[in-house]
Design a protein around this ligand. Structure first.
Ligand code: CU
Length: 121
């Protein structure tokens, strides 16, 4: 009798470990969004991260630290014009590996330095 209680306790502990493990894995898949902060100014973009290790979703939070309005465009998605001191978020799903050009679409800004490449490995 005592032995079966002990076995039951062991089974519960093991069961607990297994379910904690699988919950952890599921959470990881759901939170595969990578947060990247982007500072925009005259005339530059400064990204907290310029690449991700595999295809997935990236939430770019762009803060305009400059003195004139800017926007941020990548992979066919674009923010509205962001006024100085304001921020905007752009969620982009990268489905395949590659180098993706980001830029400010205000005329002349990209040519002056507001562009670069974001890499999906
Ligand atoms: Cu700009």
């Amino acid at each position: 009798m005592r032995k079966s209680i002990a076995l039951f306790a062991v089974a519960c502990v093991l069961g607990g470990i297994v379910s904690v493990g699988s919950v952890g894995a599921a959470t990881q898949q759901q939170t595969a969004t990578t947060a990247v902060t982007v500072k925009a100014g005259e005339f530059f973009f400064k990204l907290s991260k310029v690449s991700i290790a595999k295809p997935g979703t990236v939430a770019f939070t762009i803060k305009n630290v400059g003195h004139i309005a800017h926007d941020f465009k990548i992979a066919g998605k674009k923010t509205a014009l962001i006024q100085p001191g304001k921020s905007a978020t752009l969620k982009v799903v990268f489905k395949k590996v590659g180098k993706f050009t980001y830029l400010c679409t205000v005329p002349g800004h990209a040519a002056n330095g507001m562009e670069g490449r974001f890499t999906v490995r």
